[in-house]
Design a protein around this ligand. Sequence first.
Ligand code: PMP
Ligand code: GLN
Length: 380
Amino acid sequence: LATRLPAVGTTVFTRMSALAAEHGAVNLGQGFPDFACEPKLVDMVSDAMRAGFNQYPMMTGAPVLRQAIAAKIAAHYGHQYDVNAEITVTAGATQALTTAILCAVHPGDEVIVLEPAYDSYLPAIELAGGVAVRVQMAVGEAGYSVPWGQVQAAVSGKTRMIVINTPHNPTGTVLRAADMQALADIVRGSNILILSDEVYEHMVYDGQRHESICRHPELAARSFVVSSFGKTYHVTGWKIGYVAAPAALMVEFRKVHQYNVFSINTPMQHGIASYMADPAPYQQLPAFYQRKRDIFRNGLQGSRFELLPADGTYFQCVRYGAISGMPEAEFAEWVTTEVKVAAIPVSAFYQQGKESGIVRFCFAKKDDTLALALERLAAI
Ligand code: PMP
Ligand code: GLN
């Protein structure tokens, strides 16, 4: 069979998790918590099953969940989406991202992607027949930032979409109001769409605020905004998320969605809708993860790793140049198999595998797990 995706192999997350398991390493590679979600959330999903919510839900998502999502977005970001026409529940953020790209990008259209980029964007663009135009984030002492001048320079008459991700995986960079202003200046007067991946929206630290696209009406009017309950409620394996977009965009999104998955499992939608009535779980998330970030950073102070800023997400990027001159993939394998702590090479987030001497660790782990990993890493 002639492949549709010649450049694609098995994802780095799958490979590094398998390597970690094979070598008994502490898995700080693939991003997922090693602790349980709230028992109450599990109870609410079970209750929904027992109450008989077990048949197909509406293609667009259970109304109670769309209602809860719209209320949350309005309360947090001051933007009121139409519950029926502008919100769709998806099988995690991954499906929302791919569907948004497939419904909007025509063959030959250009999509601007910032590298390092989450690994699902480029294959989706390729499947749509689009052309990814890659712009590399700048990296210096203050961490990674978006070079908006270069984004502007990358815009052409064929640009159909710009993909942004804040808080950003893998760098932890959090876009500020000035970034959103720069983005607005670039797209104003064009018909360029924005795909905003905001799965880490509730993991922003040090009192900063999440600059959701939804806070900026001018941008929201041309954007698909994607989030994931997997991140917010510590249930990455549930694969449930959503997309919000203006009605005209959502009409096209749903045309693809209905023949891709049709709908998302019913009891989880009802359980999550009940759970969302209490905002405390996601309001407490920044403090919860900031503490873990600080444990991890403090544990590496005085080690030979150099910490980059970590303003959001549950990832910490480090430079390892004082330890080794190995390429990133090799170093990530070495630290997994020899030091027994798994990491992800940041080069995996670049199509051409750019080498920066930086790897990513995930700190969404029990304190004991972090302590064990830190003991090993600090001893290198
Ligand atoms: N976008 C980013 C930036 C992510 O880190 C992830 C999770 N790894 C996803 C999308 C996918 O989220 P989900 O598991 O809900 O599909
Ligand atoms: N998003 C997670 C990460 O960045 C992994 C998700 C996946 O395995 N596809 O680690």
